[in-house]
Design a protein around this ligand. Sequence first.
Ligand SMILES: *Cc1c(COP(=O)(O)O)cnc(C)c1O
Length: 433
Amino acid sequence: MSEVIQFVSTRRKSPPVDFKTALIAGIAPDGGLYLPSGYPQIPYSTIRSSDYPLFAADILSRWITDDIGRESLADICKDAFDFDIRLIPLSGRNWSDCYVLELFHGPTLSFKDFGARFMARAMGSLIESDGRRITILVATSGDTGSAVADAFSGLKGIGVILLYPKDQVSSIQERQLTVKRTGVTACRVDGSFDDCQQLVKSAFEAGSASPMSLSSGNSMNIGRLLPQSVYYAWATQMLDDRPSFCVPSGNLGNITGGALAVRSGLVVNRIIAAHNANSFFPEFLIDDATPRRESVRTLSSAMDVGAPSNLERLTSLFSPEELRRLFTGISISDRETTETIKRVSDETGYLADPHTAVALEGIQRMRKEQRLNGPVVALSTAHPAKFSDTVQMATGRNPAASAKLSSLKDMTTAVVDIPATQSALRSILDESK
Ligand SMILES: *Cc1c(COP(=O)(O)O)cnc(C)c1O
């Protein structure tokens, strides 16, 4: 039998717990983030399947060892990952051995559907028998909120409150966030994403004494991270040579998925954290005394994070030397982002959204500096139609509309405006009880 994996806080001041407890708590009582207590060595090169849900269930069963049986895990994966995942080779002289892993074919058109849909179904299955009620609190810079709201909406016993920064999400994203859904309250906060994230953190700190069960829908939740390790392995099994990955990054949740895959035995070359002007992590990799800072707004808005919360996990998973050996950080400006969208469209015909473009430019820069060999996979985190204004401005081309977006036009929306204060959030929480 494989060992039982428990979950421990990055701050080591609260007891280890099982998966169910970590999933429902979201954040550990000591304020830390949960990580597995041990790292299974997964024989990645022997796991081959053309069926993504089966592939995912096989891998996830090595992490989630006691709470959810193998069969339910397979059912959860089948239901959660019921959309396409595509590895597209780019053509064109400058793009040889370069692939795009499209992770945006889920219902809300961003990679966040992977984590959110798995987490929702796992939580639903684990509380089904308890008869308890849970409120999921989630701060969002755009894509997390709609993925989480969509994934949880209508699940028995679970309500969702999402907080997003006013005027800092695209109009399509705002529509996706505020579409009326059963059990979901959308709050537009007069502040930044970091303010929203801070509000969530303080609600947890204050919440331990309250009778309400609060959980986090952010990538603080381990239930969202584990499924984000699977597609790294999926892409690797499709390639002949060990690949590097270039990941459009903000809160570092996607990259922490890759880190968990590597920790459990996946052999990759490098992982490149491609950031926009919010370059805290690239600077941190050079100097770990780099101070955290306020976020600045960019065209790749889902990555506008000044103080990434998953850094705490990465520094628990790896020593500073290991971090530097595995990861490279890169920061790409808005001008480079739009130029890249245009250049990629001209040279390969591929239409990239601004987040994916940050990764593609990261690859070009690494190659120019001769710091990257072998195949490289850019994780494509959003559908270009989600950011059609920017894509159209850059290329003159209009991304093919997605039926998932056009249907939004006819739906009713609802939103509550709140200031960025704990008391405002508290009254929303009280109402949702
Ligand atoms: C959330 C998001 C990112 C950043 O992912 P992190 O896990 O926060 O690093 C990148 N691109 C898109 C489209 C996103 O929605």
